[in-house]
Design a protein around this ligand. Structure first.
Ligand code: HEM
Length: 84
């Protein structure tokens, strides 16, 4: 599945360590080949240029305040993200 493929040690060094500088060109988050998600660039732009800047500008002192539980298989993500 996507999460497993994106942690394949043959393609990604130290895949379980958060590293925003890693080359992710081989990641399959948005599919691959003929099954590549057509909206990938619009979605990435919405997250990186709109949603995250709005959150960090509005809540500059936001910090995690509890455990983040992940759920899901194909589309995996946090159920809730408790913050203060
Ligand atoms: C980070 C967020 C997202 C991820 C990781 C993601 C990922 C994917 C993946 C892997 C596919 C399957 C491609 C395939 O197998 O054919 C897909 C298809 C699709 N997604 Fe997304 N998606 C995201 C956000 C969105 C959003 C926000 C929308 C709508 C506003 C959307 C609408 C669609 C549609 C309509 C398809 C089917 C058409 C196509 O493949 O281009 N997705 N997406």
């Amino acid at each position: 599945m996507f999460g497993s493929g994106n942690r394949d040690e043959e393609y990604f060094d130290d895949p379980n360590t958060f590293n925003p500088y890693r080359d992710t060109s081989k990641a399959i988050t948005f599919g691959a080949g003929p099954l590549f998600f057509a909206g990938a660039w619009a979605t990435k732009s919405l997250i990186v240029n709109v949603a995250l800047p709005m959150i960090f500008e509005t809540l500059p002192d936001m910090k995690l305040n509890g455990e983040v539980k992940f759920i899901g298989w194909a589309f995996r993500g946090p159920l809730s993200v408790p913050v203060i």
